[in-house]
Design a binder for this molecule. Structure first.
Ligand SMILES: NC(=O)c1ccc[n+]([C@@H]2O[C@H](COP(=O)([O-])OP(=O)(O)OC[C@H]3O[C@@H](n4cnc5c(N)ncnc54)[C@H](OP(=O)(O)O)[C@@H]3O)[C@@H](O)[C@H]2O)c1
Length: 275
């Protein structure tokens, strides 16, 4: 499908990467549907030309309703960009099972729900492109973000299986992994209820979150992610896995793949100032 004529759905379009992506793609002439939980509270800026629909990705009925509305109006979706999600900060011991299940339900299963709602129509149409916006944490799990990293890692594995299954139907699947980007991610990220002053993990947690705060202060403009997504959607074939973010985060992700585990883990501990 030629760029500028495509029907594109962007989840998480009220903020951050999803908002930058929906705005940028609409300016490029694509027919963009953004989604978020409550469009009535979304304050549209003058240059945000896309339509916004309600969709809570933790609710199957809400996801299916939005998909029905879009497919009813357009009969097809050419590109799906999954940006909706959040994070969870806290040690494994300080995070409750409920908090762990909740981030898995949002970041992993939420993305799965959305993809499953559009997949049959994409298969019947004979092709589409799906981009899953993920964190570098899936590729290099940092301390004190274990459950978030597990959800991100699950998405990478899911995307690989999905890619193999749907390629014969002309559907391409890619993952874009982000280092810190200047969005509301940090503000919206959940802090584990047990991660307080009394936690036995307090010192390590404070060291690691100090590094996160420093990285996040120097984070990148989400417009860069929007441009990377547009480039990927317009490329001859969709890149399988891209990475965008700070050099150390990308280096750690590279190191986990290519370095001996003991060396990678030493470097990761040094980077996150873990003793
Ligand atoms: N920014 C980073 O540095 C970073 C790093 C690692 C990973 N990521 C990942 O990148 C993606 C985009 O994050 P961002 O940086 O753009 O964060 P953001 O500014 O906080 O935006 C998150 C978006 O997700 C939507 N959302 C949250 N819960 C939802 C739900 N239950 N149903 C539907 N939509 C929901 C929000 O919309 P409403 O609240 O209006 O519904 C919002 O539009 C996320 O998946 C995040 O995990 C970002």
């Amino acid at each position: 499908m030629v760029s500028g004529e495509r029907v594109v759905v962007v989840t998480g379009a009220s903020s951050g990467v999803g908002n930058a992506c929906a705005t940028f793609l609409a300016k490029k002439g694509e027919k963009v549907y953004g989604t978020c939980r409550n469009p009535s509270t979304f304050v549209r800026k003058a240059d945000e030309f896309f339509e916004m629909l309600p969709m809570d990705i933790t609710d199957k009925v809400s996801v299916e309703k939005a998909a029905e509305r879009i497919l009813g109006a357009e009969k097809r979706v050419d590109c799906l960009v999954c940006c909706a999600g959040s994070g969870l900060l806290g040690s494994i011991e300080d995070s409750s099972l409920e908090e762990a299940a909740s981030i898995m339900d949002l970041d992993y299963l939420g993305t799965v729900r959305v993809i499953k709602a559009f997949l049959p129509s994409m298969r019947e149409a004979g092709g589409a492109r799906i981009v899953i916006v993920n964190g570098c944490e899936g590729a290099a799990p940092p301390p004190y973000q274990g459950f978030f990293a597990a959800a991100e890692g699950a998405l990478v594995a899911f995307a690989e299986s999905l890619r193999a299954e749907v390629l014969p139907f002309g559907i391409e699947v890619g993952v874009l992994e982000l280092g810190p980007l200047r969005t509301s991610f940090v503000k919206n990220r959940v802090l584990a209820a047990g991660a307080g002053d009394r936690s036995p993990y307090r010192d390590g947690f404070e060291s690691a979150t100090g590094v996160l705060a420093r990285d996040e202060a120097a984070s990148l403009d989400p417009l860069l992610a929007a441009k990377a997504i547009y480039k990927a959607l317009s490329a001859y074939s969709l890149p399988r896995r891209g990475r965008l973010g700070s050099l150390p985060r990308r280096a750690l992700a590279w190191g986990r793949r290519w370095l001996p585990a003991a060396i990678y883990e030493f470097l990761s501990r040094q980077y996150y100032r873990q003793g």
